[in-house]
Design a protein around this ligand. Structure first.
Ligand code: ATP
Ligand code: MG
Length: 388
């Protein structure tokens, strides 16, 4: 069984996905907006296009006639996916899943209104005036996010009346896409947040990975760990919500379902119908299959019998500080550490806070996860990114 896959988005998550696919003899064409992107370095072929341009996307699909289209990012003209599905191409996990999650509105209304999942109280606004009204309705503090954005771009917290105007301007600047609209959500005073990797299969039951904990800063994750401490009751609640929302979106593949764990219960936050950045912790060998292998197997309808937790693990990001062509020092230092591994993604350029690599540490299941996180943070600091 050799399938042709067009991968839309060629970052570090895409690169690991391509490696997983290559290992079992699949063909992958990696697409992104710039040449030399991480996944292109390991793929069978590549294309450089603006993926928000529907005509450019159509041309690539027509050229390769793939069996599967695997989106790796949100910023794609996903409306086109319904047509590709009609042409007999499988969009992963489904055209609906990709389309509903490229804009926060569709997925939030599906989760909260249609499926009745617990989410933060929310409203939408298309102007500073509407935002005033929306804030009055959800109350302060609250979080404002452009409907089309990721990695915390354009996101801010409103604590006082004076913040509203600023939050609107910031959201407009951080928004991708032509229409500017924001969601304003009541601030959830959570104790922790988790990603529940959920694997839907074509002819087999939906499986869940052990919960992944993570810490966010400037809109991006800094460390993630597995397993996260979560009560059995909260796991049940989260799994139940993840099952409902992935079922409604359809298709087979891995989903990163994000939840907030608060005293009053579990809140559904958002979801990515693809491997999740916090799931890079699975590259530390925490599970029998990492999240990329799971995604691939689910896509190819290769049955996954079970997902087992093998080790406690943590990942910590390696970030750039400057702008230019990257140079790395300290690899021999991190390599010398026991139970430690790392990835350098091979991105051609740096910019401040750009994720360039990740440190991966594991230990026995008896080891407290906090200890493993500390080791991963220390390990990540050993690799220094500078410019040539
Ligand atoms: N309503 C909220 N209450 C409290 N904290 C929030 C709320 N919404 C978001 N956050 C915080 O901001 C982070 C980013 O929010 P969210 O996941 O919605 O945005 P994002 O831009 O899609 O991020 P990413 O693409 O990195 O997942 C969350 O992981 C959480 O830490
Ligand atoms: Mg998120």
């Amino acid at each position: 069984m050799q399938k042709k896959i067009v991968l839309l988005g060629s970052g570090e998550l895409g690169k690991e996905f391509v490696i997983a696919a290559q290992r079992i003899g699949q063909t992958v064409i990696a697409v992104d907006s710039y040449e030399g992107a991480p996944a292109m370095q390991v793929a069978d072929g590549f294309e450089v296009i603006n993926m928000l341009d529907g005509a450019a996307l159509d041309a690539v699909i027509a050229k390769y006639q793939p069996d599967f289209i695997v989106p790796e990012i949100e910023a794609i003209r996903t409306e086109r996916f319904y047509d590709y599905e009609k042409q007999g191409i499988t969009v992963v996990p489904s055209a609906k899943a990709a389309n509903f999650t490229m804009n926060r509105k569709a997925i939030r209304d599906l989760a909260a209104k249609e499926l009745g999942l617990r989410t933060a109280n929310y409203r939408y606004a298309t102007s500073a005036e509407e935002l005033q009204k929306a804030v009055a309705e959800v109350g302060m503090p609250c979080v404002v996010k452009p409907l089309m954005s990721s990695s915390g771009k354009g996101q801010s917290t409103i604590k006082t009346q004076d913040d509203i105007e600023k939050a609107w301007k910031y959201a407009v600047e951080g928004s991708r896409g032509d229409v500017v609209e924001v969601i304003v959500e009541a601030f959830v005073n959570f104790n922790s947040e988790i990603t529940l990797l959920t694997v839907t299969q074509n002819n087999n039951p939906t499986l869940f990975c052990p919960p992944i904990g993570h810490r966010q800063e400037r809109g991006d994750y800094q460390e993630s760990w597995q397993p996260a401490h979560v009560s059995d009751a909260a796991i049940d609640e989260a799994q139940d919500m993840a099952r409902k929302v992935t079922e409604a979106l359809g298709g087979a593949g891995i989903f990163g379902v994000e939840f907030f764990l608060a005293d009053e219960g579990v809140y559904f936050s958002e979801l990515s119908p693809r491997p999740h950045d916090t799931g890079m912790v699975t590259l530390a060998g925490t599970q029998n299959f990492n999240e990329f292998e799971l995604h691939l197997r689910a896509i190819l309808s290769l049955p996954i019998a079970e997902i087992t937790l093998e080790k406690t693990g943590a990942s910590a990001v390696i970030l750039a500080t400057g702008s230019g062509k990257p140079k790395y020092t300290g690899m021999e230092k991190i390599a010398a550490l026991p139970r430690t591994d790392f990835r350098i993604f091979g991105k051609p350029t740096t910019r401040p806070y750009r994720r360039m690599g990740v440190a991966l540490v594991n230990d026995t299941l008896q080891t407290p996860v906090e200890e493993v996180v500390e080791k991963a943070k220390d390990a990540a600091k050993l690799v220094v990114v500078s410019e040539k």
